[in-house]
Design a protein around this ligand. Sequence first.
Ligand SMILES: CC(C)(COP(=O)(O)OP(=O)(O)OC[C@H]1O[C@@H](n2cnc3c(N)ncnc32)[C@H](O)[C@@H]1OP(=O)(O)O)[C@@H](O)C(=O)NCCC(=O)NCCS
Length: 190
Amino acid sequence: MTKVIETKRLYLRQWQPADFGVFAEMNADPEVMRYFPKLLSPKLSDVIANKCQQLIADNGWGFWAVSEKDGPKADNSFIGMVGLNAAHADMSFAPCVEIAWRLHKDYWGQGYATEAARAALKFAFEVLALNEVVAFTAVINRHSQLIMQRLGMADTQEDFYHPMLDAKHPLAKHVLYKITRQQWQNTIEN
Ligand SMILES: CC(C)(COP(=O)(O)OP(=O)(O)OC[C@H]1O[C@@H](n2cnc3c(N)ncnc32)[C@H](O)[C@@H]1OP(=O)(O)O)[C@@H](O)C(=O)NCCC(=O)NCCS
């Protein structure tokens, strides 16, 4: 059975069938998907959720489903995904592991994404024994960059154009953040 990661307020866990509908709702929400090239159909959303589920089953880690421990629907209800993923081979900085997040907008502004991401980083360094974790997002996605900064990640200043987008696309230009094991250790000691 896949291990559940617990934080003060959240669980990072394997995906359950009931999560898929909420995930599809998020992926069809223009606010949640503001910094992605397009909204996702329910079918494509399910394909992604299935892939996340399979990778966690195979590897024991991935983009975990996140649920609140004590919310009004504290029956392991799904609030979004946060976790780790092997960066796509097309990325110039691959092979490496990225950290990423996407929450249902009802759960923004509570520090949940940062809390879950801290647990995912701890897993990356303590369990997977990685030397480094990266994060990237569109230059205009300031909210996501704030999480990277809260985690103690550093802007490499190596902005790049996403290989799957036309260079003129408003989302094409990306920032690349990184955190090394030593930098992460400094953040938990201070
Ligand atoms: C990016 C995203 C996860 C950020 O969500 P978020 O809720 O702003 O992020 P955090 O969990 O770090 O929460 C920080 C906010 O919670 C507030 N907060 C409230 N209670 C808090 C607590 N107990 N602890 C910490 N922060 C708290 C902070 O003040 C901050 O608010 P502010 O941004 O108004 O200053 C969310 O906007 C999202 O899912 N976007 C769509 C997907 C996306 O763009 N993903 C990134 C693609 S690379």
